[in-house]
Write a protein that binds this ligand. Structure first.
Ligand SMILES: [Zn+2]
Length: 585
């Protein structure tokens, strides 16, 4: 089997546009691309490529899927062959070929080299040459124990101290350049990348030193210098201290803005802090975090830039289904400063009380419309009610309605009825859309025209479609939906198969990305899924709406039961009633 990590890497390297382009001429239309379908003959384009989720769909013949499905269909290949085809295109060695490959050897050398460099930096730090660095770290409140735990170091103020050291240890200049610990001037002379900086080794989940962050101690620029991307290091993917935080017993991870914050939080007794490498959080990092925890506390700086970054991180985590809490830090600019001023215990309390993302959103509205003026109140209440109407969980919404009503001294009933009417309006809209879909699909999904079971159960099949689309977009609905409806209760076998695979993957914490799904789903199933995503691209149903689709499907069950009851003999009927009484049905 091909590891998920390999598929993930493949997805990052191949964009669908460049894979599809050789087969048809694509033109941009808004966010998508359009062209003549390579799988059936047509004169007007009905083949659409969706770069946002890496899928394609042809409205003419119903062909659709991810890049792997595309290659399978276009080149008539089996799954593994298609992966190999794509890997070759991007220059990635297939997992089984990797051992005897040049790049794999180079990667091993770079990891050895980095480890040696980290040793050198640390040894320098605790030698007379590193006094300046050691003094700086201590002045930032780090204990010697913490300095050792994180393997911190010092890069001396010389042009080639590290280079000389590594040459003596048998590493070549080529390897050093590949590891990005030295660089070359225009005249072709090479020199150390990091000079006169305190050094933070970045360690991956397997314990390998993959790169470095270097911080200047005075006012120079840049304040932080990170390793450039190398064969073993991608800045957009790495997380500082993830190697330590992944082993935490805490139910959550804390995401900090920089190395110093994360280290300071660790020293204060939290072994669950991680930090991005001096850049904004990326979708890849959010997914990595989602693999290790159900909940994340964002501990960014309290300044405006920090708050913007928080909002963005919040959005990225929403897509992964991780629960988000936001730490607001009063009277300090960042966690590091807060801990120094008020101590670890107070910081702990702050984390315990940190707000969840709903509270954060309310806080944002409050800042936009300060409710202490009449105008502000009107604006606040309007946006607050819209926010509440979008919260799928009614109990949660009720809680905030009550709290806000008493805080602002307004009628709770009035607000509740406002929220209810907003909810009804959006449900009606959804219902209308469902009905109009029902009309359009008189001819149904192109590929499913021959599916008799589907055409006999159109209403339920469409509800199943909608439910599957909702689940694809919101894997976090999986648990609630699986409690409500089991795959066996689906009306069509085709959708039943898809639904059960999706639930299995969610339960085992695996991705529902198109490309990941193509390892388990058939070409026909991939066609259908891409159709569902293509037709549902504008809307994202709430959990409540998804549960309504489940209710529609379950009607079929009840109808079936009624038919069965109608044809039961007396003995069967008695048993059935006894079962009902025992609560089994
Ligand atoms: Zn087509």
């Amino acid at each position: 089997m091909i590891p998920d990590s390999f598929i993930e890497e493949l997805k990052n390297r191949c964009d669908i546009e460049s894979i599809v382009s050789p087969y048809t001429n694509l033109k941009r239309t808004g966010r998508n691309l359009k062209g003549l379908c390579p799988f059936h003959s047509e004169k007007t384009p009905s083949f659409v490529v969706y770069p946002e989720n890496g899928s394609f769909f042809c409205f003419g013949c119903g062909a659709g899927g991810d890049i792997v499905t595309f290659v399978r269909m276009a080149e008539h290949l089996e799954y593994t062959e298609a992966i190999r085809f794509l890997a070759q295109k991007t220059g990635m060695p297939m997992p089984e070929d990797a051992e005897n490959d040049q790049t794999a050897k180079l990667k091993v050398r770079i990891l050895e080299l980095n480890r040696e460099a980290a040793r050198f930096f640390h040894a320098t730090l605790i030698s007379p040459k590193g006094a300046k660095g050691l003094q700086y770290l201590r002045s930032r409140g780090l204990s010697d124990k913490t300095i050792r735990r994180f393997g911190l170091g010092y890069a001396p103020e010389e042009w080639d101290a590290l280079k000389k050291h590594l040459l003596a240890k048998g590493f070549t200049e080529y390897e050093m350049l590949e590891a990005a610990v030295i660089r070359k001037s225009e005249k072709g002379r090479s020199y150390d990348q990091f000079r006169d900086r305190v050094m933070f080794p970045i360690i991956d989940l397997r314990g390998g030193v993959i790169g470095f962050g270097g911080r200047i101690m005075g006012d120079g620029r840049p304040k932080y210098l990170n390793s450039a991307d190398t064969p073993v290091f991608k800045k957009s993917r790495g997380l500082f201290a993830m190697n330590l935080a992944k082993a935490t017993k805490q139910p959550r991870l804390m995401l900090c803005e920089g190395y110093m914050d994360a280290i300071s939080v660790h020293q204060a007794g939290f072994d669950n802090a991680v930090a991005t490498l001096g850049t904004a959080l990326t979708a890849e990092q959010a997914r990595l975090i989602a693999q290790y925890t159900q909940e994340v506390v964002i501990c960014y700086d309290s300044d405006e830039a920090g708050q913007k970054a928080t909002a963005r991180a919040n959005q990225l985590f929403e897509q992964t289904g991780v629960k988000v809490r936001v730490l607001s830090i009063p009277d300090a600019k960042d966690p590091d400063e807060y801990i120094k001023k008020f101590g670890a215990a107070r910081f702990n309390k702050l984390v315990e009380e940190s707000s969840n993302s709903t509270e954060y959103a309310i806080e944002k509205i409050r800042r936009k419309f300060p409710p202490d003026t009449d105008d502000g109140r009107v604006g606040f209440l309007k946006e607050f009610c819209i926010l509440m109407s979008r919260i799928p969980n009614r109990v949660e919404a009720d809680y905030y309605l009550g709290k806000t009503a008493s805080e602002l001294n307004v009628s709770r009933e009035a607000m509740t009825s406002q929220v209810d009417s907003l909810r009804r309006r959006s449900q009606k809209k959804e219902q209308k859309k469902f009905d109009s879909d029902l009309k359009i699909y008189g001819q149904d999904v192109p590929a499913a025209r021959q599916d008799l079971q589907r055409s006999a159960n159109m209403r339920y099949a469409l509800a199943e479609d909608k439910l599957i689309a909702a689940l694809l977009k919101n894997p976090d609905y999986g648990r609630k939906l699986s409690e409500k409806i089991k795959p066996e209760q689906f009306a069509t076998d085709f959708n039943k198969g898809i639904y059960s695979i999706l639930l299995e993957r969610i339960n085992s914490g695996r991705s529902l990305d198109m490309i990941s799904l193509s390892s388990e789903l058939s070409i026909e199933q991939m066609n259908r899924i891409s159709y569902l995503l293509a037709t549902a691209s504008q809307s994202n149903p709430s959990l409540e709406q998804a549960q309504q689709y489940a209710d529609i499907i379950l009607e079929k069950q009840r109808q079936r039961t009624n038919e069965q009851v109608g044809s039961m003999n007396e003995q069967q009927l008695r048993e059935y009633i006894e079962q009902l009484a025992a609560g089994k049905k």
